[in-house]
Design a protein around this ligand. Structure first.
Ligand code: TMP
Ligand code: ASP
Length: 237
């Protein structure tokens, strides 16, 4: 499958049309941004790693009954995906306190949650992706009540599966963000699942292995992304 014209360029990925109107090619860049694009930079070979890691996780989720947009890992930086009408509601799952939740609610970083916390955010950079609830999404037409129910149940299921997957690879899944979209009457999990959109701490050392290293200029960004790749994709053969 060849890529045709560019459909959309985001901060970390580009979407291209293909000869099949129902399929697109998702191209992974090395560009990194944080704090709504205020901080910009490059993480060398991030695109290659995120494409591999996402492909492996989508494949695992599909094997466990989760419907995703993933079709095929095409090349180093290209993934073939089903075309989605993206729902502008980001779904965040949290197992351990970190990031915006700690700031917002005064929770100590590292607090373990007995029950995972699910949050919805409105996908809108100009508004800095604000926290929302069901009423906002329904009233302003971002998603229906039924769709939110699918996002919620799918979010919890993906969290269960991913926590197990990462634990087996010595990684603590602290939190992560999911995006969903509509495709031929179904809701599919979209976007990517990588150290860009997850907080991943080493199980034994607690060391951060995700985009927080770039956000807070902690150093060894490439090395830690590579370590995630090694742990996640070690069973690829
Ligand atoms: P937060 O603590 O900043 O709300 O982030 C929660 C999770 O969502 C974290 O794993 C990082 C991810 N995330 C994104 O993927 N994109 C974003 O724009 C933001 C703000 C967070
Ligand atoms: N991805 C967002 C940005 O580019 C925020 C973040 O991940 O911190 O600004």
């Amino acid at each position: 499958m060849k890529r045709l014209e560019k459909l959309y360029e985001g901060k970390a990925k580009i979407l291209y049309k293909t000869e099949d109107p129902t399929l697109m090619i998702q191209y992974f860049k090395d560009d990194a941004s944080a704090f709504d694009g205020v901080k910009k930079g490059t993480i060398v070979d991030k695109g290659v790693i995120n494409n591999q890691v996402s492909s492996r996780i989508f494949q695992y989720l599909e094997e466990n009954g989760v419907k995703t947009h993933f079709v095929k890992h095409l090349s180093d930086r290209e993934m073939l995906v089903k075309k989605l009408d993206i729902i502008p509601v980001e779904v965040v799952l949290r197992n351990v306190g970190a990031g915006s939740l700690c700031k917002r609610l005064g929770v100590r970083e590292g607090t373990e949650f007995e029950v995972p916390i699910l949050e919805f955010f409105y996908k809108n950079d100009d508004l800095h992706d604000p926290l929302i609830n069901d009423c906002h999404a329904i009233t302003f037409g971002w998603a229906t009540k039924e769709e939110l129910q699918v996002l919620r149940s799918s979010g919890y299921r993906v969290n269960e599966l991913m926590e197990k997957f990462f634990k087996e690879r010595k990684i603590r899944l602290v939190d992560f963000k999911l995006e969903f979209g509509r495709h031929e009457g179904e809701i599919l999990l979209g976007d990517e699942i990588s150290p860009d959109g997850c907080r991943l701490w080493h199980w034994d050392t607690g060391e951060k292995m995700d985009k927080d290293r770039f956000r807070f200029s902690m150093g060894s960004v490439e090395e830690k992304y590579q370590e995630v790749y090694n742990l996640v994709c070690s069973d690829l053969g």
